[in-house]
Design a binder for this molecule. Structure first.
Ligand SMILES: CC(=O)SCCNC(=O)CCNC(=O)[C@H](O)C(C)(C)COP(=O)(O)OP(=O)(O)OC[C@H]1O[C@@H](n2cnc3c(N)ncnc32)[C@H](O)[C@@H]1OP(=O)(O)O
Ligand SMILES: CC(C)C(=O)C(=O)O
Ligand SMILES: [Mg+2]
Length: 559
């Protein structure tokens, strides 16, 4: 049997009863480093060209990133050439650091420095894996041997940098596979590297703690980071960075908890492209801060551009449910969600604190339209149907009619099996409620009011049909019409529900009336618009009764 969990072992928990990170709050954005052009790039089926890197770099700068890992120049000619383009064409703003990665080998370090000649601000990033798996099986070294690789590389970096004093250098060290390394040993190696670089003497140093492969729950990673934060030498002069991957699906959570545990800086990629399951997603991490009222320091209002460019260059589609960025993340199809969203949105005013059910952020902030929020299919209810009619056609319906129309729309959706557009909902509303049955158009009415009643003369019919004259008496125009209809069709007509609305800016129709009538045993609703409320009410009654008479779709009394 190959599906055998017994060949795996659990990651040990960290014994740290004095852990402080669970009580911490993130109150400002960490320093961000975008590693799309290196870690993202090395995971692509087709790595980026110089031109693609340039376009991507430009966007990262425009979005506000101040540290951008641009490649592994000692490993690839494209990455080397890209560094030269950035420097020789002066494409790096003064406040932006370009960062490059290299293995802890002298030939590669030398080539790395060559690629950076003339840079204003650069981060040279060296790494060697420190976990037992790597020590024992990949490098075949003991702990001292592993530490020596890091220390020797730190010396080379220090010495090569000294030969290029025109650049403002930052040095970065990653104990690769940090999260799978005994934390006390990782601290020992970090201290040894820092003893070479001497951050206390002014050298800018970044200690980057990677979850190269995510091996445990994010709380364990946070414990590990807190241990480093509390125990390394020169802590006040060192920037602690984290670099998480998403093997267990918790790359963002691990980075967030690491910041709570003391990390100052977070590395990741836009939308999470990167080795295997990807790097920590900068979009999600940044927008998580934004949704808590914290300025992420990155302009994610350009979300559509970000998605389009990342998709084009990586040739990887964004999942429609991707947090904050996917096509469907601001859409609600289900009835109860739509109802709650509609109610909250109708109360929300510009300038209010955002407090809308089911929407963690205002979709408009990332360039999305409210039109996408409520979408109709067979899971939708009256709230959703009412919402699209109001939103797209300015039609406000009474609750009883919303319920009735929603049932009809749901039936359509079930038959169709997919999404029903707001235009289809509107068409259904027009055909089932607003359209006037043949022969039942109100042509004129004359109301004679005396003290206690109204006498109505009403003519109905279509242009090419005989006009019928109705004559009735009642308390008002509607009851006079009802009385006339009772006699005309020989069944008892009753108005069961009635609502009228004024229609603000329409030139022809100023009023809308919604009625539900009972004709004998049959219930029928109709809607009419007209220049005045009386005409709208009379037409709505005529349309409803006319539908019954013409035998169109009806609801029975008991439905
Ligand atoms: C977690 C990460 O993302 S790490 C970054 C990974 N990215 C990349 O590897 C992309 C670019 N890499 C490359 O193009 C190549 O690996 C190069 C050019 C860097 C090196 O190529 P090669 O010299 O052919 O070696 P190769 O890639 O096979 O590396 C294995 C050798 O490097 C050693 N090595 C691996 N990592 C390191 C390191 N960080 N520091 C020092 N030595 C290392 C290995 O022990 C092995 O040595 P051995 O040949 O004596 O057994
Ligand atoms: C080189 C390091 C930072 C890396 O990408 C990783 O460990 O995942
Ligand atoms: Mg990585």
């Amino acid at each position: 049997m190959s599906f055998d969990h017994t060949k795996y072992q659990p990651f040990p928990v960290i014994d740290k009863p004095d852990r402080r990170w669970p009580g911490q709050r993130i109150e400002k954005a960490p320093l961000w480093a975008a590693v799309d052009l290196r870690d993202g790039n090395q995971a692509l089926i087709k790595p980026m060209s110089v031109a693609q890197k340039r376009t991507f770099f430009q966007m990262l700068v425009e979005l506000g990133f101040k540290e951008i890992e641009v490649g592994f120049p000692s490993a690839s000619q494209i990455d080397f050439d890209f560094c030269r383009v950035l420097i020789e064409e002066d494409l790096v703003p003064d406040d932006v650091h370009i960062q490059v990665l290299t293995q802890a080998r002298e030939d590669l370090i030398a080539r790395t420095f060559e690629s950076l000649k003339g840079a204003k601000n650069a981060v040279v990033h060296i790494y060697n894996a420190t976990s037992p798996t790597f020590r024992e099986q990949v490098f075949n070294v003991d702990k001292d041997g592993c530490k020596a690789i890091a220390v020797r590389a730190a010396e080379w970096v220090r010495d090569y940098a000294a030969q290029q004093p025109e650049t403002h250098w930052s040095f970065q060290y990653s104990p690769e596979t940090f999260s799978a390394t005994e934390t006390d040993f990782a601290i020992e190696v970090i201290d040894a590297v820092n003893n070479v670089w001497r951050p206390d003497q002014g050298q800018r140093v970044i200690i980057n703690l990677p979850a190269t492969v995510e091996v445990s729950t994010p709380n364990v990673f946070a414990d590990q980071v807190e241990l480093v934060h509390e125990n390394i030498q020169y802590r006040d002069d060192v920037i602690i960075s984290v670099h998480t991957h998403d093997d267990r699906g918790c790359g963002v959570a691990a980075a967030e908890m690491a910041v709570m545990a003391g990390a100052d800086r977070v590395e990741g990629t836009l939308l999470g492209n990167g080795e295997r399951t990807g790097n920590m997603d900068l979009v999600t991490a940044g927008m998580n801060l934004y949704s808590q009222g914290i300025d992420p320091q990155i302009d994610f209002s350009r979300m559509k551009e970000i998605v389009a460019l990342v998709e084009e260059i990586t040739d990887i589609q964004t999942h429609p449910r991707h947090p904050y960025a996917g096509d469907l993340v601001f859409s609600a199809f289900s009835g109860s969600h739509q109802d709650a969203i509609r109610k909250c949105l109708s109360r929300y005013k510009e300038g209010d604190t955002w407090n809308v059910a089911y929407l963690p952020i205002d979709p408009a902030d990332v360039g999305r339209r409210y039109e996408e929020v409520v979408r109709i299919n067979s899971q939708s209810g009256k709230g959703g149907v009412a919402h699209v009619l109001e939103r797209d056609f300015g039609i406000d319906l009474p609750r009883w009619l919303q319920q009735e129309l929603a049932k009809v729309v749901q039936k359509d959706a079930e038959e169709d099996g997919g999404e029903i557009t707001s235009e289809s909902v509107h068409r259904r509303f027009n055909s089932d409620y607003l359209s006037v049955p043949m022969g039942w158009t109100l042509r004129s009415y004359d109301l004679n009011r005396s003290n206690d009643h109204v006498q109505a003369q009403i003519s109905i019919g279509d242009n090419d049909q005989t006009v019928t004259l109705l004559s009735g008496r009642g308390d008002g125009a509607m009851s006079a019409l009802v009385e006339a209809l009772n006699r005309q069709i020989g069944s008892e007509v009753k108005v069961v529900s009635f609502d009228e609305y004024s229609l603000g800016d329409s030139t022809e129709a100023n009023a809308m009336a919604c009625v539900r009538v009972q004709v004998g045993e049959t219930i029928q609703s109709a809607v009419a618009t007209a220049a005045d409320t009386t005409a709208a009410a009379l037409q709505a009654i005529l349309s409803a009764v006319g539908r019954v008479e013409r035998g169109s779709e009806q609801l029975t009394v008991n439905s």
